[in-house]
Design a binder for this molecule. Structure first.
Ligand SMILES: Cc1cc2nc3c(=O)[nH]c(=O)nc-3n(C[C@H](O)[C@H](O)[C@H](O)COP(=O)(O)OP(=O)(O)OC[C@H]3O[C@@H](n4cnc5c(N)ncnc54)[C@H](O)[C@@H]3O)c2cc1C
Length: 459
């Protein structure tokens, strides 16, 4: 019977990173995957969506080429080839998942393709083979929620209604798309399809979309989404789906939306079924873990979407490393306050730390500094000057409490704030750090100057 130091179930960004790190720390490791290596993120999440967004961006840039002094005689001749766009996506996915498989193999991780069944704290079964282990890392991820709304199941079976998984391989771009749910994933697909001329309607139950985003950033983003012809209906509860017809209730009225396709995007639920016999303590979101990622059962760790703490790929990877470090005897803890999150679109939103509303609720003595993209040379040169940065600092020491960016490449810019927060740096270090010119990163330095006294490049 094969014995390992660690058996990891699930090869998404949580599992595969944990496996590689564990090998670096000298542990014997097996990883079990029932589907494709790379999990949701690489196969049907982060990466495929970004490749589609890139194609959408290229298409939009060509359509608006006159803004850059490039004329096209007949715009009707500018066409996109959806099949080729999907082929490009699939090629990139294959390249990355192949790369991850190679990394696992070359690092000496044993890969088992099959369904991993945890028998007890030290025993796992896969393909009728029993494996023994000192520790188990559950990194089994999450799946899209299909709410029990009448007609949803039938529309799903007919291929009219889809989740984020199926829509990533949709055969053609629909003329109209109703998106149920105004969260990060729904909004990302709204941007993708509206860029390819789909008439998009978002139906959201809450009184606003993107509830975890800073209010001011969200308000500005809402205007951008509206300008992109994305229709957003809030405080609207979907009550029924009848083939292409979505019925929702708003202000006690029943209203219908007809759409060629429907995207159900109301959140993800942790994949915890099949683990009941382990008697793990649960939270509403998933498997309960402490800040070392250990579950209520000794030697069993739960990382990534399955613990439901912060369902993001980079958080899953960070948790994977922390779990492995703890298994290896190194005290290591997760700090979700310093975990950035992002919303991809045109422009992007990236944020870390607290929003202004949270600062108010916590009655903190804080200060806000903002700086617009329209005063940044690189943003103007790129023709992407929509958006602004919002820095929230603690008044007494200038500690960074939160940074929120609405800008193209915001998701690349946010890491500067993450590192500064990790180093317990203040706004003074941010302002003093020499930023290259012209770059978008200068908005961070400007916001820091603004927090201390005034930004340089604006009155
Ligand atoms: C459309 C979409 C876009 C997204 N975009 C982003 C983004 O831009 N940035 C970001 O940070 N996050 C994004 N996410 C979220 C991100 O994909 C997840 O947070 C991330 O994949 C979680 O990683 P994980 O390792 O916890 O699990 P997963 O990636 O879900 O992997 C879990 C793996 O476990 C396997 N598995 C489950 N049970 C078993 C079993 N019993 N035996 C064997 N194998 C098993 C599954 O087959 C799966 O491969 C997106 C998600 C979606 C759906």
């Amino acid at each position: 019977m094969k014995t390992y130091d660690i058996i990891i179930i699930g090869s998404g960004p949580g599992g595969y990173v944990a496996a590689i790190k564990a090998r670096h720390l000298g542990k014997s490791v097996a990883i079990i995957e029932k589907e494709d290596i790379g999990g949701v993120c690489l196969n049907i999440g982060c990466i495929p969506t970004k490749t589609l967004l890139r194609s959408a961006k290229v298409y939009q840039t060509i359509i608006h080429s006159e803004d850059y002094g490039i004329t096209i005689d007949d715009k009707n001749k500018v066409k996109f080839d959806w099949k080729k766009i999907l082929d490009r996506k699939d090629k990139i996915v294959r390249k990355l998942t192949g790369g991850v498989k190679m990394l696992l193999e070359k690092n000496g991780v044993d890969i088992y393709q099959g369904y991993g069944k945890v028998i007890d704290n030290t025993t796992v079964e896969v393909n009728k083979e029993t494996l023994k282990t000192k520790n188990i890392i559950l990194s089994v991820g999450a799946s899209p929620i299909i709410p029990p709304i009448p007609g949803v199941k039938e529309a799903l079976e007919k291929g009219i209604l889809m989740t984020s998984k199926e829509i990533l391989s949709i055969k053609s771009v629909p003329k109209s798309l109703a998106i149920v749910g105004g969260g990060v994933i729904g909004i990302e697909f709204a941007t993708i399809f509206s860029s390819f001329n789909t008439e998009v309607t978002i139906i959201e139950k809450a009184d606003n979309i993107l509830l975890n985003v800073d209010d001011e950033i969200r308000d500005a983003y809402l205007k951008i989404l509206k300008k992109a012809n994305i229709k957003i209906i809030t405080s609207a509860t979907v009550t029924k789906v009848d083939d292409n017809k979505v019925t929702y209730k708003k202000d006690d009225k029943e209203i219908e939306v007809n759409a060629e396709k429907i995207l159900m995007s109301v959140g993800m639920k942790a994949n915890v079924s099949g683990l009941e016999h382990l008697n793990l303590e649960m939270t509403k979101q998933g498997i309960k873990v402490n800040n070392k990622l250990e579950t209520s059962q000794k030697g069993i760790y739960a990382i990534g979407d399955v613990n439901g703490n912060l369902m993001l790929a980079h958080v899953a990877s960070a948790e994977g490393i922390i779990a492995v470090e703890n298994i290896s005897g190194k005290e290591s803890k997760i700090d979700y306050n310093k975990s950035p999150s992002a919303i991809y679109g045109f422009p992007e939103i990236a944020m870390v730390g607290i929003t202004e509303q949270m600062a108010k609720d916590k009655k903190l003595d804080y200060k806000v500094s903002k700086f617009p993209l329209s005063a940044n040379g690189k943003a103007l040169a790129e023709g992407e000057a929509e958006g602004f940065i919002k820095l929230i600092i603690d008044k007494k020491y200038g500690e960074i409490l939160g940074l929120h960016i609405l800008a193209s490449h915001a998701t690349d810019l946010i890491s500067e704030a993450v590192v500064t927060m990790e180093l317990e740096g203040t706004v003074y270090e941010l302002a003093k750090s020499i930023h290259p010119h012209p770059t978008l990163s200068e908005i961070i330095m400007e916001a820091a100057h603004g927090a201390i006294d005034k930004p340089i490049h604006i009155l």
